[in-house]
Design a protein around this ligand. Structure first.
Ligand SMILES: [Zn+2]
Length: 369
């Protein structure tokens, strides 16, 4: 029997967020004749869209319209004054909103579409329209905190989708974030709560200053009712397919088996790939396919298959798209449908071991793993 289709949610306003170029050459330098696009540009998600529309996975996907989030939806987790600050700053023409977060006048509708489309993808799963969904959105969200922007992110899209699910009656939601960067905004949203389990697999990068005080350490495990419900797995630079699968098998899966989520959300970045300007990890398309398979297996085991993926980072403008195609090959259990044009880097199978051992050691205080 064929698997149910996966529904992809898209909103054209994602393309209105203009981040420009030259972010690494400020002030302009004669050393650089041709500027880089800002890493978080519209090309990356246009290529994901075309790969899913034109690739061999296309017959298994249905395309659905996204929507804008309402202000009350943003205020489920974000401070009203912060929401207003973002709106005013964008509508006054934009500029640099926080350290690396460039915004333009079009960023406001884009950010609304990103949060709203993430919520819509989850609503479709909860309403039974589809078993599995994917929100192809931009700007990303997992660095945005309740009261501040951070790391190209305005609103915490995946966290808002989790909160929306809780308010529709799901008792426990698990977020698995395999974007290469620490999901610090998601962590901050739920740090004192036990109804959302936030798991982040990431490369080491520590704090990024006042806008990003969280470090992604395994010791950041949550406080109060949230103690034990924030799971950080810091994987050494150069970690690849084996390390990521092992982190899932040895940390995320056993904790989820005890947490028993009613819904699983994946903060799906592709910047842990071996060809990404903003990451220093080495996942191949095989690795992303395997992550997709594991997400599906977890959802089948705990949630009657219900699973929603929400786009986060991923900055290689072409390889990101192929890695997302491979991820959905895993989610839909198709087996490999595309060749990996970059798949020649040897996998260092022990590279992630120390970080995985540290995460297991830290989490044993809270979970019998
Ligand atoms: Zn990232």
């Amino acid at each position: 029997m064929a698997d149910p289709d996966l529904h992809v949610f898209w909103h054209d306003d994602a393309l209105l967020h203009d981040t420009g170029s030259g972010v690494f050459e400020s002030p302009p330098s004669p050393l650089i004749e041709v500027s880089e696009l800002h890493p978080e540009n519209d090309v990356r998600i246009r290529n994901i869209r075309s790969s899913l529309r034109e690739g061999p996975i296309a017959p298994r996907l249905a395309w659905r319209d996204g929507r804008h989030a309402t202000i009350p939806e943003l205020e489920m987790l974000h401070d009203p004054a912060y929401v207003e600050q973002v709106r005013e700053f964008c509508e006054s023409g934009g500029g640099l909103l926080g350290g690396h977060t460039v915004v333009s006048a079009g960023t406001w509708p884009a950010a609304l579409s990103s949060a709203g489309t993430a919520i819509a993808a989850v609503e479709a799963v909860l309403d039974g329209d589809c078993l599995r969904s994917y929100a192809l959105v931009r700007p990303p969200g997992h660095h945005a905190q309740p009261g501040r922007t951070d790391g190209y992110c305005m609103f915490s899209n995946t966290a808002l989708a989790a909160e929306a699910a809780l308010r529709r009656g799901v008792e426990r939601v698990a977020i698995v974030d395999w974007d290469v960067h620490h999901g610090n905004g998601t962590q901050e949203c739920f740090y004192g709560r036990g109804d959302v389990l936030s798991c982040s697999l990431h490369m080491p990068h520590g704090s990024w200053g006042p806008a990003h005080p969280q470090t992604g350490s395994t010791l950041e495990a949550g406080i109060g009712d949230g103690a034990g419900y924030n799971v950080n797995v810091e994987l050494a630079y150069g970690s690849g397919d084996t390390a990521y699968e092992s982190a899932m098998q040895r940390v995320v899966l056993p904790i989820l088996d005890h947490f028993r989520p009613g819904l699983i959300l994946i903060a799906a970045g592709q910047d842990a790939s071996q060809f990404d300007p903003n990451g220093r990890q080495c996942l191949s398309m095989d690795g992303f396919r395997r992550l997709g398979e594991l997400a599906r297996e977890l959802a089948d085991r705990h949630c009657d298959g219900r699973l929603a993926l929400i786009q986060e980072g991923g900055y290689g403008r072409s390889y990101t798209a192929l890695c997302m195609h491979a991820t959905l090959e895993g989610v839909l259990a198709t087996g490999p449908l595309l060749e990996d044009p970059m798949g020649y880097l040897p996998d260092d199978e022990t590279r992630g071991d120390a970080g995985i051992a540290a995460a297991r050691g830290s989490m044993r205080r809270y979970w019998p793993i």
